[in-house]
Design a binder for this molecule. Structure first.
Ligand code: GLN
Length: 466
């Protein structure tokens, strides 16, 4: 059932929020896919659901989401619940307050079912870099669910909740959604406040939504978006922006994808033509620098953002005897942080160090400017750009990769929109019976609502044609 159907059934009292929450908690507690790091306290969640039932019964429902169970990625604060970011170093950290998005969801009457598994600090593409346990893809259980919001995508794909909050720095909502056969939406940078989202790369981080259909993403986005005084980059979206009815396929991304992903894009293009959208061609040549620029910029920012996890200000402190503060920090970080996180901190520190900064960080920033400008100029010629969401099928679980670069390269489809700060949604477009694969639809900054509504139309037409 989609979020909309569930919400309508709640208001018609076909079933109650308590029944829904109870079922979601049962599934979460017995979940075989490893979606969760923490499942919510049963009594607390059921009390919230009962309060919601009372409101619905008395005709004072708070919002369309009142009574809806939802999951939250474990790098977003939910007051009183553990928040680990998938890292040993935060194993014992309890959130002292709610993130802006979470507060909005609670105020709207949502029931939080649990905190979902993720690659440590959002760094990874498979959820196998969680310090606790991997998550498996509920659609094809021998494969990874993608990442870093793999737990979030799996919690929706396995039918535990109709919507999940994730975070997307370079694709972490769109890519796992594509691998798990659901919709994953990354809003315009700043459309949702980052207050209470643990920073990975602050200039790229966005809270996003995973749901069965784009309408589900839109319903959650409506509640969590908007200006927040605690995040100076947050802003309200303009009313009634419009999308010109023309589209382009990014050849740069199309050509980097497997035959199967290309076929999915071909289908999406045919569908848009059927909907009377005009196909034009645009070029975004700077996409060739996107992966390199993304890894330099995100690692540089991460090296600074993660400095606070030192066993003193934040994070688990080493038990070892230490002779100095430096040693204490060093031991605590050595024990508490995983290999991939350390790799990025080293890369980022190097890229920012004096004598190297101009050659690496500065050049990456120039590439980012080119990418942003190329997208801007492309959007003067078309309303949306479509591309594969991922280069290939979800990889098999448990395969050890020798080269991190191989994994980094697979982010090619999603990092361009992140660097440009534009909204993008991945919707399923696979053939019946084959492994999930999504198509990504990108639009100009701040046209989120129009993008979501177009995505819903495409989703419905695609469904009807099955
Ligand atoms: N896979 C990318 C990375 O490892 C994206 C992560 C993200 O969006 N959080 O950096």
């Amino acid at each position: 059932m989609t979020l909309k159907e569930i919400s309508n059934n709640l208001s018609k009292r076909v079933f109650s929020s308590s029944e829904l929450a109870c079922e979601a908690l049962d599934k979460a507690e017995n979940d075989a896919f490893g979606c969760f790091i923490t499942v919510a306290d049963r009594e607390e969640a059921l009390n919230a659901a009962m309060a919601s039932d009372k409101r619905i019964k008395s005709g004072s429902r708070l919002s369309f989401l009142d009574g809806i169970p939802i999951t939250v990625k474990d790098n977003i604060l939910v007051s009183g619940m553990k928040m680990t970011c998938g890292s040993r170093i935060l194993e014992d950290f309890t959130a002292p307050y709610d993130a802006f998005a979470v507060k909005r969801l609670k105020d709207a009457g949502c029931i939080i079912i649990g905190k979902t598994n993720m690659d440590e600090f959002g760094m990874g593409s498979s959820t196998e870099y969680s310090a606790f346990h991997p998550t498996f893809n509920p659609i094809c259980t021998d494969r990874v669910p993608g990442g870093s919001s793999g737990g979030a995508a799996a919690s929706v794909a396995s039918g535990i909740v109709p919507a999940a909050l994730g975070s997307d720095t370079g694709g972490s909502v769109r890519q796992p959604a594509s691998y798990c056969g659901v919709c994953g939406y990354k809003p315009t940078y700043g459309a949702v406040s980052r207050f209470g989202l643990t920073a990975f790369a602050s200039s790229l981080d966005v809270i996003g939504v995973i749901s069965e259909d784009p309408d589900g993403c839109a319903a959650v986005f409506d509640i969590i978006s908007g200006r927040d005084v605690y995040d100076s980059t947050s802003h309200d979206l303009p009313e009634n922006a419009s999308l010109p009815m023309s589209f382009a396929v990014s050849d740069e991304l199309y050509n980097a994808a497997s035959e199967k992903q290309r076929r999915a894009v071909d289908k999406a293009a045919a569908l848009l033509s059927d909907m009377s959208w005009k196909r034009v061609s645009v070029s975004i040549p700077s996409i060739k620098y996107a992966v390199q620029a993304y890894y330099l910029i995100s690692s540089a920012e991460a090296s600074s953002n993660l400095a606070r996890f030192d066993g003193i200000r934040y994070g688990r402190r080493t038990d070892r005897e230490c002779e100095s503060v430096e040693e204490l920090i060093s031991f605590s970080r050595e024990e508490g942080l995983g290999k991939e996180v350390k790799r990025r901190i080293l890369l980022g520190t190097y890229a920012l160090s004096s004598g190297q900064r101009e050659d690496w960080y500065q050049k990456a920033m120039t590439a980012r400017r080119l990418i942003t400008d190329d997208f801007k100029s492309a959007f003067t010629k078309c309303g949306i750009i479509i591309a594969p969401s991922v280069p290939d099928d979800p990889p098999k679980a448990g395969v050890v990769h020798d080269s991190p670069l191989e994994i980094y390269r697979s982010d090619i489809m999603t990092v361009p929109a992140s660097l440009a700060g534009i909204p993008s949604i991945s919707i399923p477009f696979e053939n019946k019976g084959s492994l999930p694969s999504g198509v990504q639809i990108m639009a100009s900054a701040d046209s989120d609502r129009e993008l979501l509504s177009l995505a819903q139309k495409m989703y419905m037409m695609r469904k009807a044609s099955e």
